[in-house]
Design a protein around this ligand. Sequence first.
Ligand code: UDP
Length: 538
Amino acid sequence: QSQELSQVRIDYQAALYALVEDGTKMVCTGRMHTDRVCRFESLCYSTEAEEFVFFHSNSSFMLPSLGSRRFQPALLDLSSVDDHNTQYFNFVELPAAALKFMPKPVFVPDVALIMNRFNPDNLMHVFHDDLLPIFYTMQQFPDLDLDSRLFFMEGWGEGSHFDLYKLMSNKQPLLKEQLKTLGRLLCFTKSYVGLTKITTWYQYGFVQPQGPKANILVSGNEIRHFAKFALGKLNISSDQSTSEDYIVLFSRTINRLIVNEAELLLALAQEFQMKTITVSLEDHTFPDLVRLISNASMLVSMHGAQLVLSLFLPKGATVVELFPYGVNPDHYTPYKTLATLPGMELQYVAWQNKEVANTITYPERPWEQGGIMHLNPNEQENIIKSKEVPRHLCCRNPEWLYRIYQDTKVDVSSLIQVIRGVVKTKPGSRKQKWANGLYPGKVRESRCQASSSEASTTKLSVSWQIPWNLKYLKVRDVKYEVWIQEQGENTYMPYMLSYQNHTFSENIKPSTTYLVWIRCIFNKTLLGPFADVLVCKT
Ligand code: UDP
C-alpha cells in the first residue's frame, strides 16, 4: 500500500518552526454549517484522540469566528448529506506552545480534501453523495488539483467501489484507520474540509419522506461534464457513430429480481427491433458497465442504486425504472429526478407491478432484507394486506423493506405499453434539440409618455430597446411581458407583446402614477430579468 506521504521532501525543522510560530489558519465559505467548506493552513489531527486540532498563535485566524456557536451543532457537515448528526466536523483548540509537550508532528505535504463518504457500499450514494461533490469541490478550489489527496474520515473500510474514488486524484485516498500508521500527530500543510452540496438533487428522508431536494442547483450539463471526466479516467472513448443501437437490461442478482428476465429481454428486442443485453454489477467490471451504458439507447432496471449509472447514458436515451408491487414510483424518485434534470435530455418511464399474483415476497428473511417475522402477527398481517407502502422516513420502515425487496414477474405487455406512451419512435433517436437555453438580458432604454387629454382618452405609450445579448443570438421567439401597476395598488395588468413599444389605453386613468415593469422572454419559457421599474405619470 502506498501510504507514504512525502513525495515532496520538506524541511522538517522549518515546517515545525512555522507551525509553532504561525499556528493554524482558517477561512471558510458559507453562512451556515450546512453550506460551509473551510480552507486551513496547518490543521492538525491527533490519531490518538481522533480529534482535529487548531493551534493558536499570534498569527492564527479563524473565520467565521463563531465562539461557542461552533458547537451549535457543528462547524460544518463533513459529508454532502445535509445536517446529518453523524457527519459533523469540529476541532479542539490548543495554544501552539503546547506542541512542545506533544508527539512530534508528521507533516502532510499534499493539498488535502478532508471529508466523509456517506455510504460507500451503495452506488447511488457513491455518485450522488461523494463523487460528484468531490469533483465540484475540486473545481471550486484551484489548489485541489489532481495532485491533491482525499482523506475519508467516516471510518469505513475501502468499501465496494474504492476504485471509483481513486479516479478523483492521482494520489491514493487515505482512510481514517490508516492515519494511525502515519503518526500520532498529523499536520496538514494545506487542507480543505467539507464538500459542496451544490450538485446534490435528492434527500433521503431523514427528516421528511424522501424526495427531490427543494432547491436543486445542478443541471444535466454539470452531471454530464462529470460523466465525461469519469469516462476519460476509465479510458472509455464515447464514439456512438460506429455502434448499432441496443437496449441494456441492468439486472440485480441478489435480491429485487426480475424472475422472467428472458421473456422481458425477448419482448424488448421484438418491440423495438434492437439487440438487447443483460448486465449486472456482479458479472461486469465497472468500466465495461459504463462503456455499455454510455452507448445504449435504453436502460431498463428495477429501482435500485445501479440506476445511478444512467448518468452515463447518451442524450436522447430512455430510462425505464421498474417498481415492485406496493411501491409507488412517485414516492421514490432519485433516478427520475436525475433523468429529468434540465439538460440531461433523457426520457424517463416508470412502471409498477400492480398484480399481487406477480410478486414474490420474503417474510422470512432478516429484517434489513425485508423480513417481517420479528414483528407481532398483527403488524405482519397489516403489512401483507396493504396495497401500498405509506410515505415514511428513512431507513428501517419494515413495510417499505418488505415491499422493496420483493422479486417481480414483469407483465411484459403492460410494460411495453407504458414505454410506448413515452417512446413513440425509435428509442435513442434524439428528440428535437432543446433551445440552447440562454436567457435574455434586461430590456434597455425603456421610456414612457402619457398623452392625457380628457379622461376617456388617457393613454400611456411605453417603448424599450431589445436586450443587449439578443443581437448576438438566434432566437426563434422573442416576446416582451409588460406589467402595469397603479402606484399603491398590489395588483397589476399583464400584457404579452411582440414589439418594442405599445400604447395602452384600457383602464388608464388621468393624473395617476403607474409603475411599468418590462421583461423579455425567449422561446416562451426563458424569462429574463425585469428592467428597472419605469415611473409614469398621466
Ligand atoms: N446490489 C447489487 N446486486 C444486487 C443487489 C444490490 O449489485 O442484486 C448493489 C446495489 O446496486 C447497491 C448495493 O448493492 O449499490 C446496495 O443495495 P441495496 O439493495 O441495499 O440498495 P438500493 O439498491 O436499494 O439503493
